[in-house]
Design a binder for this molecule. Structure first.
Ligand code: FPP
Length: 189
């Protein structure tokens, strides 16, 4: 396809939920549900490329997800790491830029290195941007934006009266990308 299709969203966000319910229905462990969720990603990325979607944001691991059983959290981190190992070169070859949003404070060093490598390797790609939200929440985003605005106020670059909707929005993680046009919950909700 050479031209951008009409009525196609520019930015799609996917909340990767329903894995547990799917696994329960199949009579398999929840980790198999998460694995199937990652496998489905391959098809989703291909489809976004085919339809010339600009941005795909994946809400993969929320800050609340740390409350899950330790075994499940560790299985999710392994799946995420494995996905980067297996797919990063393929994504790069297909012109996909990979970005991450969320706190990096609680992630293992080894995983962080893979994330940084993925971001660096793919930084100039323009076909599709895949944003992975890992240890992300809306409140976390507001906290980091507040810190960054406070720094700007303290250094005299921003006056308190300048703080408005636009300024706050410009400090959010996806300020340069903008809000999603379509949000899909894979559970079907
Ligand atoms: C919710 O399912 C899903 C998650 C908590 C994790 C999704 C993340 C991955 C599959 C792995 C890492 C991602 C990438 C980008 C490689 P759930 O157990 O809450 O299911 P439910 O909604 O049926 O309860």
């Amino acid at each position: 396809m050479s031209e951008v299709e009409d009525n196609v969203p520019r930015h799609i966000a996917i909340i990767m939920d329903g894995n547990g319910r799917w696994a329960k229905k199949q009579g398999v462990p929840v980790s198999s549900g998460h694995k199937a969720g990652v496998e489905a990603l391959g098809h989703i990325v291909k489809s976004c490329e085919k339809h010339q979607i600009s941005v795909l944001t994946l809400f993969a691991f929320s800050r609340e997800n740390w409350q899950r059983p330790e075994k499940e959290v560790s299985a999710l981190m392994s799946l995420f790491s494995l996905y980067l190992n297996k797919e990063i070169n393929n994504l790069h070859d297909n012109g996909v830029r990979v970005r991450f949003i969320g706190s990096r404070d609680n992630l293992a060093d080894k995983l962080l290195k893979k994330m940084e490598h993925a971001e660096h390797l793919t930084r100039n790609n323009t076909a599709l941007t895949v944003v992975m939200a890992v240890d992300y929440s809306g409140v976390w985003d507001l906290v980091q934006a507040t810190k960054s605005i406070t720094q700007a106020v303290l250094s005299g670059d921003v006056m308190v009266d300048d703080i408005d909707d636009a300024l706050l929005t410009s400090h959010l993680s996806l300020s340069d990308i903008g809000a999603p046009d379509l949000c899909i919950r894979t559970s079907g909700e």
